[in-house]
Ligand binder design. Structure first.
Ligand code: ADP
Ligand code: MG
Length: 401
């Protein structure tokens, strides 16, 4: 990674503004945090700053308040949870810019932590308003970006603020870029990409970019139906992206042309509807009934994908193999998640839903790395730059210049 990190700057006694991604899921009724994984992921940076005697000012968005104060989306619960985890007080500010916040930041002592109010209570945040960015920058001496999940957004707290302060990467951001960078730059071979999820249109850039690096691509999930259809198979009522048929054909030809094995399902679970009450059965891919739709991969496919993956040294997985939210369609996803968890290969997981499956199964620690960024990881693996990363100081240039 060619960006300066929090380790490269002297933070002792400094006011350090840290952009974190504390956009945690909340229970709709009680407002209780249902998964604090995103808070946990930022702990290395926060603990590092506390140890070094920095004055830590945390900033995040939470949910979609659309520029208005929403009592349900205040950062108070997040500050409380963080305080419990750290075993020290974490003050929750009532806003993220302005005189009152400035005062409360001025009273911080070395090692103290304050959590600013939800950035998206201001429309200025997503508009990347320069005055708002200045208001944030005014609070601090150094800016640390540790929010990989929002690194693909050009918001005030991500790119705007970096114009006014020495801006460096946090330890989570560094880890994300290193792990995802390594699978692009120096994967151990054989390298397999296991792809699924709803749509191929979301992922074409990523697939094209990793095409030059992988030895095989395994396609499941909803997107498999588009590939099957591109091979002139009947796919019934399956979710098809008509405008992607040509792309799918193209990708299959490219794979053949460059000696990459591209595996499609041998059999699929088809259902009359996508619901827990559906009637369903497993059929070979050339026997999909016209009045049913693909909802999961079949057991034969799990077997052939598993065989392929067993010989691999690097496995990148993005996208569930079926409509895993409904238990009767979750088997393919569950089986392959287990296989990856038990594998000796370097296993890297990208994508919001895929990370959620792995977390729900309690397997996050069994994977080499689970990215905290859905959209950001896809963009990065698509070979595109991330505005939040571009905004940071390069390794060569001296900090603060
Ligand atoms: P990720 O967030 O991991 O990148 P996606 O957003 O691409 O994954 O896709 C996740 C969604 O794909 C899930 O909601 C899942 O229900 C859906 N999905 C998977 N397989 C199918 C299928 N066969 N038909 C319809 N939807 C599917
Ligand atoms: Mg998704």
């Amino acid at each position: 990674m060619n960006k300066l990190t929090v380790r490269d700057v002297d933070v002792s006694g400094q006011r350090v503004l840290v952009r974190v991604d504390f956009n945690v899921p909340l229970d709709e009724r009680t407002g209780v945090i249902t998964d604090d994984g995103r808070i946990q992921a930022a702990l290395p940076t926060i603990r590092y700053l506390i140890e070094k005697g920095a004055r830590v000012i945390l900033a995040s968005h939470l949910g979609r308040p659309d520029g208005k104060v929403d009592e349900k989306l205040r950062m108070t619960a997040v500050a409380q949870r963080l305080s419990q985890i750290l075993g020290r007080p974490v003050k929750a500010a009532r806003d993220c810019i302005g005189a009152e916040v400035e005062e409360s930041v001025a009273s911080l002592k070395n090692g103290d932590v304050v959590m600013l109010e939800n950035l998206r209570f201001h429309t200025a945040e997503e508009e990347n308003d320069p005055i708002f960015a200045q208001g944030l920058a005014k609070l601090a001496d150094i800016f640390v970006d540790d929010a990989f999940g929002t690194a693909h957004r050009s918001h005030a707290s991500i790119v705007g603020v970096a114009k006014h302060l020495p801006a460096v990467a946090g330890l989570l951001l560094e880890k994300e870029l290193t792990m995802l960078g390594d699978i692009l730059d120096k994967p151990s071979h054989p390298f397999a990409a296991l792809l699924g999820g709803a749509k191929i249109s979301d992922k074409v850039a990523m697939v094209e970019n990793i095409m030059g690096k992988v030895d095989c691509i395994l396609v499941g999930g909803g997107m498999a139906a588009t590939f099957l259809k591109a091979r002139n198979l009947e796919v019934g009522l399956s979710l098809i992206e008509g405008e992607m048929l040509e792309t799918a054909t193209d990708l299959m030809e490219k794979a053949t042309g460059s000696g990459i094995r591209l595996l499609l399902p041998d059999d699929v679970l088809v259902a009359n509807e996508i619901s827990a009450e559906a009637t369903f059965k497993v059929v070979p891919v050339d026997k999909i009934p016209t009045d049913m739709r693909v909802a999961d991969i079949g057991s034969q496919t799990v077997k052939s994908f598993s065989e392929e993956l067993r010989g691999c040294k690097t496995i990148f997985w993005n996208g569930p193999m079926g409509v895993y939210e409904i238990p009767i369609f979750a088997e393919g996803t569950i089986d392959l998640a287990k296989l990856l968890a038990g594998s000796q290969a370097t296993t890297v997981i990208g994508g919001g839903s895929t990370a959620e499956v792995v977390a729900d199964m309690g397997l996050t620690d069994k994977m080499t790395f689970v990215s905290t960024g859905g959209g950001a990881s896809l963009r990065f693996l698509g070979g595109k730059s991330l505005p939040g990363v571009d905004a940071l100081l390069d390794k060569e240039s001296p900090a603060g210049s």
